[in-house]
Design a protein around this ligand. Sequence first.
Ligand code: ES4
Ligand code: ZN
Length: 325
Amino acid sequence: EVTKEFIVGMPKAELHLHIEGTLEPELKLKLAQKNHVDIGQTTIEEVRASYQYDDLASFLAVYYPAMNVLQTEEDFYDLAMEYLHHAAENNVRHAEIFFDPQAHTSRGVAFETFINGLYRATVDARALHVDARLIMCFLRDLSRESARKTLEESLPYRDKFIGVGLDSDEHNNPPMKFFNQFTQAEQYGLHLTAHADIDQKDSIEHIRDLLEVIGVERIDHGTNIVEDPDLVEYAAKHHIGFTTCPLSNTFVRPEMKGPEVLELLAKGVKVSAHSDDPAYFGGYISDNYYALADAFNLTKEQVVTLARNSFETSWISDEQKAIYI
Ligand code: ES4
Ligand code: ZN
């Protein structure tokens, strides 16, 4: 009963989107040619065919090298602006967008280059009626020292992003590795979120540390808390947001974690649906809502609850929230 048109037309907040994951084959090829970067492919079809992976490690092995085509401030602006047009078409009214500084500084691109390009796109997005903000992510598979340096480098640009997150490969990289960076970021008035992956051993322990020790406001993925009734109760009571990404989940779980999402909805936990890396996982936010709604026969009410949760757990002001909720 829930149509694609209904989903597209519904105002939504995007809370789990990696800007580097919006690099479509067309833009990748165009930037590669402009910047004379050899990406190993010369046609759209070849680039498309290279987008092949069956787990996080094989995905990241395609994902990080692709970023070499992003060199100038204008490249980052173009990347973000292209995404923000998709956001506007999907009635995304508010977007909190992840970026990975270390994926760029590690290959010689200066912090000011990407932050200024991305930030300028968020300012220009106002003309598209999208309120866009940035979240800086630490790459958890790099060292603590690298994260410390990244936070330090970001401080001159403190007013250009609203929070910090944690992404990349979780294996052997628990959230407590970054306890100091999270604590410091919080002292700077930044919001906190972190990825927690369902397929990690010790995943529940990671989530418990994130919620009870570090004090994040949202968990990216993390729907496997359904295994732990105490955590579910804690999450419901404290209005913790869980940002699930149905299409990227299909690469690790054919059922997109749908049963977990339904259970969390039923228990009043603030779960919402998002895009992760839309250029790599087959669709933007409405496609993600639709895949889930279609596979699990979600009611309109459930779909609307997901969207309402996305605004409720977003980091917009209470006055702005009141407009959408
Ligand atoms: C990511 Cl799917 C996924 N998992 C972890 N880190 C990421 N960064 C971008 N996409
Ligand atoms: Zn993600």
